[in-house]
Design a binder for this molecule. Sequence first.
Ligand code: TXA
Ligand code: MG
Length: 334
Amino acid sequence: MKTELLDASGAARAAELLRAGGLVALPTETVYGLGANGLDEKAVARIFEVKGRPQDNPLILHVASAEDLDRWCRDIPAEARALTERFWPGPLTLVLRRRPSVPLRVTAGLETVAMRCPDHPLTREVLRLAGVPVAAPSANLSGKPSTTTAAHCVHDLWGKVEAILDGGPCRVGLESTILDLSVFPPRVLRPGGVTLEQLRAVLPETELDPGLVRPDEIPKAPGMKYRHYSPQAELRLLRGEKERFFDYVNSLPDAGTAVLCYAGEEGNFPGKRALAYGREDAPETLAAGLFDSLRALDTPEVALICVRCPSEEGVGRAVVNRLKKAAGGKITCL
Ligand code: TXA
Ligand code: MG
C-alpha cells in the first residue's frame, strides 16, 4: 500500500482518509496514535492486524472535546466533569461505561470505554473535521517502544497505513494516564503524563491499581499485562547508587553492552555505547526522551541495555513503569 506522509497542512486529508475507513498515524502530546474511525468496525479491525495487537486489548477512543463524552458514555460520575475541566485536552484517559453506540470491537468486548481528548492542535483539527470519534492505540508495532516522532511511525508502519501525519516530536513522550472512573474510588490503571499527585489534588481518594503496586496482581488495563516497550536487546533496570551503577556497567563486556544514562554521565562508561535520555533532576525530560532513546539503541549490535532506575516522583512514576515493563517486570538491586 502507498503511505502518504502529510505535513502540518494535512489535517483535512487525514480527516478525509479516516472518514473513508483508512488508517492514519496521528501526533498527540503523549505519543503518536494509529487512528481509525471508531465507528467503522472494519477499519478498527485493521488496527489490530497492522499492529499485531492481541484481540483482547481494547482501544482508546479520541474525541475533540469533553462535550463528546455524553454521546459515547453513560452514568458519567461528577468526578469525570471535574477532571475534564482540569485536564482536558491533555494526557488523561478516563474509563467510563460505554453506550451501545460504541462498537465492542473498540472495547474488546468490555462494557467500559477509555476516552481521551488529546492536546495537539493538528490532531484536534483532524478530530473536528472527521466528525467521528477516533480509535487509536499507540502507533508502534505491538510490543515495541511507542512512537514519539513521525520517523518512528515511518519505521514501523510505512506501506501498511494510508497516511502518517507529521506533527513534530511528542511533548510528553509517554502514553496518557489511564484512570478508571467506572469504579469507586477512582483507580489509576496506567501512570502517565498527568501525575497521581495532580489527580489527588482534584480527587483525593484516587488509588493506584494493585497491579501497579503489588507484583502479584494483574493490572486491569488489559494492555498492561503484555511485555511492552521493548527493544530487541535485554533491558536491565538497576536500582542503586550512581557509583555502584558505573562500576556494575564497567564490569560488563564492552561489546554488546549499551547504557541509557542521565545527561552529563555519558563519559563514565569508557568503551561502551552510552546515550543520555534526559536529566536526572527533571523527570519530564526523561519521559520525553525515553522511547526515542530505546529505539536509537535498538540495533543488532546491542544485546543488553543497562538503565539506572529513576526516582518515582511526579512523572517519574510513569517512566519507571515503562522501564519496568521493558525489563520484563524486574528491578535488580545493586
Ligand atoms: O497516550 C495515549 O494514551 C496513546 C495516544 C495515542 O492517545 N494511546 C495509547 O493507546 O497508549 P494504547 O492502546 O497503546 O494503550 C491503551 C491502554 C491499553 O493498556 C488498554 O488495555 C487500556 O488502555 N484500555 C483501553 N480501554 C480500556 C478499558 N475499557 N478498560 C481498561 N483499560 C483499557
Ligand atoms: Mg501502546
